[in-house]
Design a protein around this ligand. Structure first.
Ligand code: ZN
Length: 256
């Protein structure tokens, strides 16, 4: 008799758990519909309401971002040529062309100056998917270009790290942020000419505990490739580690 009671009690418990789960799910659906009504999720580019699977940018706007397709020829392209005769890089892969007053500029501005980390993660995921499609994934570490700690404290995050995290969600390559660091804080590169940009970032990066990266393949991550000065300075610091292979990935390639 006790056995029968305990069995039916278990069945009752099981049924109530299912009901509770359904109830919670329905509540969550209502809550997200309500939040959507008050805080609608809109595309950062065209302001259209986003679908469930879209994050910060709608699919049509994303398809319109001008891809460089350098992922198909990562060793010899317009961007890799910036470094020829200066430093030995394995692959140079800017994902999109960055043009003034176009969508990507607005998205990267959101990431860098308006605290919108979600768009950085999403652009990182897109970059990760592009690498995956081309089967370009044999990297041992992702290393985001570091910010000086003063800038980090001011902004609260490193935009290159956010992009690296997005890539990591698609390709499970470990992120290493302990080895490369910025020795000096520098003024923004935005209003400097080509020569001033090179001088501004010369020898500002260094590496610590570098033995763990010996012989490894590194993918260095940054938001934008402009003259290549910052990237080259990072790559030079990393190239002091014996037998490292260094590749570069940026979301944007600024027009020259
Ligand atoms: Zn849109």
């Amino acid at each position: 008799m006790i056995k029968i009671y305990s069995q039916s009690f278990r069945t009752y418990l099981k049924a109530s758990t299912i009901n509770m789960t359904q109830l919670l799910r329905t509540f969550k659906q209502y809550l997200s519909a309500f939040l959507e009504l008050i805080f609608p999720r809109l595309c950062l580019v065209c302001n259209r309401h986003l679908l469930k699977n879209e994050i910060e940018i709608c699919n049509p706007c994303c398809h319109k971002l001008p891809k460089t397709n350098f992922v198909k020829n990562p060793k010899d392209n317009l961007a890799s040529q910036l470094f020829w005769g200066r430093i030995n890089l394995e692959n140079v892969i800017p994902i999109y062309y960055l043009k003034k007053e176009e969508a990507l500029q607005e998205l990267l501005y959101e990431l860098k100056y308006r605290g919108n980390k979600e768009i950085g993660l999403e652009l990182g995921r897109k970059a990760g998917q592009i690498l995956k499609q081309e089967d370009l994934r044999s990297f041992d570490f992702l290393i985001p270009v570091p910010l000086h700690y003063k800038k980090f404290l001011k902004r609260g995050y490193n935009q290159s790290m956010v992009i690296a995290k997005g890539i990591h969600e698609i390709l499970p390559i470990p992120i290493n942020e302990g080895i490369l660091y910025r020795k000096h804080n520098t003024k923004t590169q935005t209003h400097k000419n080509r020569y001033e940009r090179w001088k501004n970032v010369e020898e500002i990066f260094d590496v610590r505990n570098n033995f763990s990266l010996a012989g490894k393949s590194i993918l260095l991550i940054d938001d934008v490739l402009t003259t290549g000065a910052t990237i080259e300075s990072c790559a030079k610091a990393l190239s002091t580690i014996p037998e490292t292979k260094i590749s570069i990935l940026t979301i944007g390639l600024a027009s020259h």
